[in-house]
Ligand binder design. Structure first.
Ligand SMILES: C[S@@+](CC[C@H](N)C(=O)[O-])C[C@H]1O[C@@H](n2cnc3c(N)ncnc32)[C@H](O)[C@@H]1O
Length: 269
């Protein structure tokens, strides 16, 4: 795989600076708790992004343990490496993990599963690299309709920029249905699958920062480029559309619920 371009590193750094504190950081400890991560364990973080979960896992497992992080994005990994050189970062695809069978005590993954082209293969791979009796813990967003400000932003995009732009923003929320998650994990071979739904809070510095990051940062990742006129039109209308979520200090704050799914790998008889 190729090294990152300057644009990829800049986009990943923007993700780390804005999206990680606004949306992702708060799920790190609950997910590590769900995976029962302990000192001395070997942990794999799949779709690690800039590494917020892997960094916290490294603190928990301590010097006797080890953490590996895998992601398809070269820019994400470049930022991850700068922030925490001791984690074993690797560029790769969740659907074909380049690790030996049974090489991790726990496998964790937050907010990546919805983007994998073949989710069944990715889950089978996560179970393959897990030791028998080991825990797999995965976090996904609840459905779009339960995610407060996002249905409004999606409707605005649909109205001004069309279905492709709106679909790009719908993509993170496509695994909100619990029955779908249950069958995905069970079909992949996970045992004792359990789903916990948790409420969380999204917190952005302003409407403009939130929506601009989606339009200029996220949509291009999903293959949607908007004209500058369209971007400006959406930004202007978003101020009114999202006003109910703006606090007196100008922040945008809203409910952002997730599902945490755990499963284990069958012990050998
Ligand atoms: C929303 S980000 C979440 C990143 C990180 N887990 C976090 O909590 O900040 C989704 C990540 O999934 C990665 N990704 C998407 N498809 C992938 C695949 N097939 N294999 C590995 N990583 C993938 C992206 O590069 C991106 O870093």
């Amino acid at each position: 795989m190729q090294g990152p371009t300057e644009e990829q590193v800049a986009a990943a750094q923007a993700y780390e600076d804005l999206h990680v504190p606004a949306l992702f950081q708060q799920w790190v400890e609950p997910l590590l708790d769900a995976a029962r991560i302990k000192p001395g364990q070997r942990v794999l973080d799949v779709a690690c992004g800039t590494g917020v979960l892997a960094r916290a896992a490294a603190l928990r497992v301590g010097p006797e343990g080890s953490v590996a992080g895998v992601d398809v994005g070269a820019g994400m990994l470049a930022v991850a490496k700068c922030l925490e050189p001791t984690v074993q970062w690797r560029q790769g695809n969740a659907e074909s993990l380049a690790y030996a069978d049974e090489s991790f005590d726990a496998v964790v993954s937050q907010f990546g599963l919805m983007f994998f082209a073949d989710r069944h293969s990715a889950l089978r791979e996560m179970l393959r690299v897990l030791i028998p009796g080991g825990t797999l813990a995965v976090a996904v967003w609840d459905s779009l309709e339960n995610s407060a400000a996002y249905p409004i932003e999606v409707a605005l995009l649909e109205h001004i920029a069309g279905t492709a732009a709106a679909d790009a923003l719908r993509a993170p929320f496509v695994l909100g249905e619990q029955n779908l998650l249950l069958s995905l994990f069970e079909d992949a071979g996970a045992e004792s699958v359990s789903i916990t739904s948790r409420s969380g809070t999204a917190r952005f510095p302003s409407v403009r920062t939130m929506v601009e990051a989606d339009l200029r940062g996220w949509l291009p990742v999903m293959g949607v480029e908007l004209s500058e006129d369209t971007v400006q039109c959406i930004l202007e209308q978003a101020e009114t559309a999202l006003r109910e979520y703006v606090t007196p200090s100008g922040q945008v704050v809203f409910d952002s619920p997730v599902h945490i799914i755990t499963g284990s790998k069958l012990l050998k008889r």
